[in-house]
Design a protein around this ligand. Structure first.
Ligand code: MG
Length: 158
């Protein structure tokens, strides 16, 4: 038995915030705005895992009106979502994540992102795929206003 879920997230680039992508601080002129640390890879992956388990979405689990999550490390949220999925009888089988950003260039950081996600999810790097692409200068992503992430995750019985 296998379950599949998808997740999407986007965040706006702003001055004066860190740029955390997949649990890794990426050097960039801009950071990402959000209630938590605004890590779009973590948030899309959380939604993919919750979706596969039919456990709702990240906004229900970690409301952005809750001061407890202000400035939160999204790796803590990811770990908690993983625990919830486990409670429901599932474990992550693999995930494939696409980051869409005009900048920064993510290629050099992908091994570190995969290693960090594997560590937090208590799985192995071959189960974690992270890809990066630009938006060919089109739209809000192409203008460098923000970043988007699409994630797919499969779960198997724990
Ligand atoms: Mg988000």
């Amino acid at each position: 038995m296998i379950r599949v879920g998808n997740g999407y997230d986007s965040h706006r680039f702003v001055i004066g915030r860190p740029c955390i992508i997949g649990g890794v601080a990426i050097p960039h002129t801009h950071g990402l705005a959000g209630h938590s640390d605004a890590d779009p890879v973590a948030h899309a992956l959380i939604d993919a895992m919750l979706g596969a388990a039919a456990l709702g979405d990240i906004g229900q689990l970690f409301p952005d009106t809750d001061p407890a999550w202000a400035g939160a490390d999204s790796m803590v949220l990811l770990s908690e979502a993983c625990r919830k999925v486990g409670e429901a009888g599932w474990r992550l089988h693999q995930t494939d994540i696409t980051v869409i950003a005009q900048a920064p260039k993510l290629g050099p950081h992908i091994p570190a992102i995969r290693a960090r996600l594997a560590e937090v999810l208590n799985t192995d790097m071959p189960d974690i795929s992270v890809k990066a692409k630009t938006n060919e200068q089109m739209g809000f992503i192409g203008r460098g206003e923000g970043i988007a992430v699409i994630a797919v995750a499969t779960l198997v019985p724990a």
